[in-house]
Design a binder for this molecule. Structure first.
Ligand SMILES: Cc1cc2nc3c(=O)[nH]c(=O)nc-3n(C[C@H](O)[C@H](O)[C@H](O)COP(=O)(O)OP(=O)(O)OC[C@H]3O[C@@H](n4cnc5c(N)ncnc54)[C@H](O)[C@@H]3O)c2cc1C
Length: 468
């Protein structure tokens, strides 16, 4: 079925939008502009002047922004080789619009539309294809990186392999990816969904292990797997399978995807709606703005039901302390932000979820299995072993006598006990020694010395823990 789409350039029912590729001449010009912008900043730190971000920590200013305005496009797609050359700040929304026109998609498409390819590679990403395809950086074939010296070099498994292997999870501290060549895979027009309910977390974890190992459930082949825990006795795995035909649901209007998981066992989405199913309501986080209520949802313009809009609202709230002031006025306790994605070995996942439900108590919780294809220096997951990404995004009241950050610290400690890992896009509290041990500190330092000898780019620990 999928092979057929690879042969015909445009599958019949895939949503098409006209997004022109920019070609290599325009790309080279955009890189020269970035290099000039970099050369002009002779002192102080540098940062990217991007319009969007999916980082979730408050950051201090790291100096003037580099001009990356023309680095947000697809350069070219080779439909026959199933590869795309993509600029570093190209969002997955733009990338997918282009590749779907060829009946293709990246091997892993993170759920939020404004996550960029460079951001997902340097800051990691995950989706429901990660149990088979690993993380987004594992489908990068080669890339060009702007170094702290101002030079742009290419790296791949054979060219500057030390940089290539250390770049994922380095958070832009070793250089900025300006072009990445990635592998693509063919799509079908629809994804058929089955939401399987589990009343027991050990059974859920065993099912994840089985699917990751055998690629099937109840005799049916599986292409995508993720899940949601609503509580220890009510969790679901959503199993997705490519389909040629179907009557797709629409969760971009009044209906809400995450609620449907509890309401119906079978469903169907177009491929684009499947890949963006979590963006419309930022998983379930849009309910903080009232979008779970029909009256609010009706008047909230459809084009503004997007994760980047909610992200901006949260940033404004943090900046002007609106919620915090209102809570104080109502004599409510201050709240700690607990926004994290952690990777737990599948054999310890049920234990973690029970601990989390009892000790932290936030629901729902997102679940997504993954298997790394190989070992990567700064995020050392065991290759071929199944982990479950557990994502939770919200706040908890700060208990009497506790400090802001204590719950996050407790989570860091717990995942350490369970041989887990935590992604670094949000608040991080590790001390330097622990951080270096967990995230390949010695390798990082030697690669940093080699490719950024003048330390022009802010270091990884300073960015991630120091919030610079
Ligand atoms: C609520 C929430 C849920 C999330 N859920 C998911 C999820 O389900 N799946 C998932 O995959 N991810 C998820 N993320 C994490 C997200 O993928 C990462 O934060 C990712 O790094 C963001 O990419 P971005 O393009 O927005 O980068 P930014 O936020 O702009 O930047 C992130 C870091 O990468 C650096 N950077 C950006 N572009 C480049 C580049 N081209 N070269 C080198 N360095 C660069 C920046 O300097 C910065 O340090 C989630 C984040 C949040 C807040």
């Amino acid at each position: 079925m999928r092979r057929a789409y690879a042969q015909s350039p445009v599958p019949p029912d895939v949503r098409l939008t006209a997004v022109a590729v920019v070609g290599s001449l325009a790309h080279e010009q955009a890189v020269r502009t970035l290099q000039s912008s970099f050369a002009e900043r002779t002192a102080g730190g540098v940062r990217l002047a991007k319009r969007t971000s999916n980082l979730f920590r408050t950051r201090g200013s790291a100096g003037a922004g580099l001009d990356v305005s023309d680095l947000g496009h697809v350069i070219s797609v080779d439909a026959e080789a199933r590869t795309a050359d993509v600029q570093g700040m190209c969002t997955y929304e733009t990338l997918l619009d282009e590749t779907l026109g060829h009946g293709l998609m990246p091997l892993v498409v993170p759920q939020l539309k404004t996550i960029t390819l460079g951001g997902a590679v340097t800051g990691l990403g995950i989706e429901s294809s990660s149990w088979r395809n690993g993380l987004p950086h594992e489908s990068v074939l080669d890339m060009d990186v702007l170094l702290g010296t101002g030079e742009v070099i290419s790296c791949s498994p054979t060219e500057h392999p030390d940089l290539f292997e250390t770049f994922p999870n380095s958070y832009g501290s070793l250089g900025y990816a300006v072009r990445l060549r990635i592998a693509l895979q063919p799509v079908a027009p629809f994804v058929a969904l089955r939401h399987v309910r589990f009343a027991d977390l050990d059974e859920l974890a065993a099912a994840v292990g089985h699917i990751a190992e055998h690629g099937e459930w109840d005799g049916a082949g599986i292409d995508f797997v993720d899940g949601v825990m609503f509580g220890p006795s009510e969790s679901y795995l959503t199993l997705g399978t490519w389909a040629d035909e179907g009557r797709p649901s629409d969760y971009t209007g009044q209906r809400i995807y995450y609620r449907s998981i509890r309401e119906r066992e079978r469903d169907c989405l177009t491929v684009a709606d499947y890949l963006w199913r979590w963006d419309t309501d930022w998983f379930w986080c849009s309910s903080a703005f009232g979008l779970g209520r029909p009256a609010v949802r009706r008047v909230w313009p459809r084009r503004l039901r997007r994760s980047d809009v909610y992200h901006r609202l949260v940033a404004l709230d943090a900046r002007f302390q609106v919620t915090a002031r209102l809570d104080r006025a109502r004599h409510l306790p201050a709240r700690e932000r607990v926004v994290q994605d952690v990777e737990i070995p599948v054999g310890r996942t049920a234990e973690f979820l029970r601990w989390f439900a009892g000790g932290v108590g936030m629901t729902p919780v997102w679940l997504c299995p993954l298997r790394a294809r190989r070992q990567w220096a700064l995020y050392p997951l065991q290759p071929g072993a199944t982990y479950v990404n557990v994502g939770f995004w919200g706040t908890v009241p700060i208990a009497d006598g506790a400090r802001d950050g204590d719950v996050n610290r407790l989570i860091e400690q717990k995942i350490g006990e369970l041989d887990g890992h935590k992604s670094l896009y949000s608040d991080v509290f590790y001390d330097r020694g622990t951080f270096d041990k967990l995230y390949g500190g010695a390798t990082y330092e030697s690669v940093k010395r080699r490719y950024d000898p003048g330390q022009r780019l802010t270091g990884m620990y300073e960015k991630v823990v120091g919030r610079r």
